[in-house]
Design a protein around this ligand. Structure first.
Ligand SMILES: NC(=O)C1=CN([C@@H]2O[C@H](COP(=O)(O)OP(=O)(O)OC[C@H]3O[C@@H](n4cnc5c(N)ncnc54)[C@H](O)[C@@H]3O)[C@@H](O)[C@H]2O)C=CC1
Ligand SMILES: O=C(O)CCC(=O)C(=O)O
Length: 412
């Protein structure tokens, strides 16, 4: 791939997919970006490739799959924003090796998911989904059978991270006992306790809720064997990723009555946008709350996410800072008024930095500031120099010729 360079801000094309908040557009406009396109849904296949290949910055939510193939066609792309928490929809390694940092909003919708999950735990324990469905059909069955308070019951949280801990805090405020299971050692908040094992958690919980990211280890981590371990009549909530639960095994356990009810917000296959058909083996069960992946969809969260991720994208585009990028060495940079800033992204192989420094000394250019971070695969070095456009352009061409260079950008 020929390394790319930067150019005037008014020519930078930003494409935001999946109905990202207007707040993001405002942040780009305020920062001087004029070409911001807001699309209401995700795209796939050639349509997505066509759109991304013309963009310098893209913003997506959980639905748009930015695969290695999409990235290979994204010749102008300098950065990707996931306007959400999860980043599993992006091939992070392919992006990194194309010199494209990816940003997300790691906390902005945490509270929204936690509130929904706790509300669902109450609804499931009361049998409200099936009562609601019956009333909608003109039925009436006033009864306390199968209806319970959550106070004193046990909530099992799988994945005790940002969301899991918030769910635990809210559940404890309702008088629930909280157990959690995580692959990492975690500080328990309040009176929450780590379960001895996943099986231990499943055997003791009245409601089990999943808050793990999508990783190779969590794909289908919750199947027939885990469901069988749950107490008879217990409830399952999944607002993590649709690939985490074996949906057919869940349907079978609902059919048999082993699972008392479920709330599912995420699905193995989700429609591309509103108005597209939704299909799931769970639609036939009254005791299942189905929501269209709205765990993080509150106006509060979406506004915050729009502002946060857009600000990160602007900062990277304007200044080169990669602080909080999820796939890139993190460099925090000062302002560079009065100097040219050269950003050089390269494979992390021995000798690249010394070749860069040799080049600058050969050109007789003084480096006012140099910032370097590396990870296992990639190095990111930023140099502020007092230079003329001619010298900078010569340097840029020479930098591009250094073996291992993935991308060079210049910020004037
Ligand atoms: N339904 C929705 O709208 C939303 C869904 N999400 C999903 O929720 C996930 C979790 O979000 P956060 O809590 O912010 O992430 P986090 O990274 O703070 O927490 C995830 C936790 O899961 C643990 N974990 C990872 N693999 C595990 C395994 N195999 N078994 C047990 N624990 C494991 C991690 O150690 C970590 O503590 C996101 O990755 C995203 O997929 C996030 C926001 C909105
Ligand atoms: O709001 C969205 O589109 C996705 C929310 C989500 O799943 C996330 O933040 O990871």
């Amino acid at each position: 791939m020929t390394p790319l360079t930067s150019f005037p801000k008014q020519d930078i094309r930003v494409v935001l997919f999946e109905g990202i908040s207007q707040r993001a557009v405002e942040v780009f406009h305020d920062a001087g970006y004029r070409q911001v396109e807001l699309l209401p849904k995700s795209l796939t296949g050639d349509e997505l490739i066509g759109k991304v290949s013309g963009a310098h910055i893209i913003g997506i939510r959980s639905r748009t799959q930015v695969t290695a193939e999409v990235i290979a066609h994204a010749r102008k792309l300098i950065t990707i924003g996931c306007f959400c928490i999860g980043t599993n929809q992006v091939d992070l390694e392919a992006a990194q090796l194309a010199g494209i940092p990816v940003f997300n909003a790691p906390y902005s919708n945490t509270r929204s998911v936690a509130e929904l999950v706790v509300a669902e735990a109450i609804m499931l324990m009361r049998g409200i989904p099936q009562k609601n469905a019956e009333c909608h059909r003109g039925g009436w069955s006033k009864s306390a059978a199968g209806s319970h308070e959550v106070r004193g019951k046990t909530l099992g949280i799988i994945g005790y991270g940002h969301i899991g801990t918030q769910v635990g805090v809210l559940a404890e405020a309702l008088g629930m006992h909280v157990l959690f299971h995580d692959i990492e050692a975690k500080l328990s908040l309040g009176n929450a306790r780590a379960a001895a094992s996943l099986d231990d958690l499943l055997e003791r919980s009245d409601v089990v809720t999943l808050h793990v990211p999508e990783t190779p280890a969590t794909r289908m981590m919750f199947g027939a064997a885990q469901i069988a371990r749950m107490k008879s009549g217990a409830h399952l909530i999944n607002a993590s990723r649709g690939t985490v639960v074996d949906i057919d095994a869940l349907a079978a356990a609902l059919e048999s009555g082993h699972i008392g009810g479920a709330a599912v917000d995420v699905f193995p296959v989700e429609p591309k946008g509103n108005g597209e058909p939704f299909e799931s083996p769970l639609t036939r069960f009254d005791n299942v709350i189905l929501t269209p992946h709205v765990g993080g969809s509150t106006l509060e969260a979406q506004d915050n996410i729009g502002a946060e991720v857009a600000a990160k994208l602007v900062r990277y585009s304007d200044n080169g800072s990669t602080l909080s990028a999820v796939n890139f060495p993190e460099v925090t940079l000062p302002e560079h008024a009065g100097s040219h800033r050269i950003l050089h992204i390269h494979r992390n192989v021995p000798g690249v930095l010394s070749r860069i420094n040799e080049l600058f000394s050969r050109e007789g250019v003084n480096i006012n500031g140099q910032f370097l971070r590396t990870d296992a695969k990639v190095g990111y070095v930023v140099m502020d120099i007092a230079s003329t456009p001619e010298i900078t352009s010569r340097l840029r061409a020479a930098l591009n010729a250094i073996e291992g260079t993935l991308r060079t950008r210049v910020l004037y």
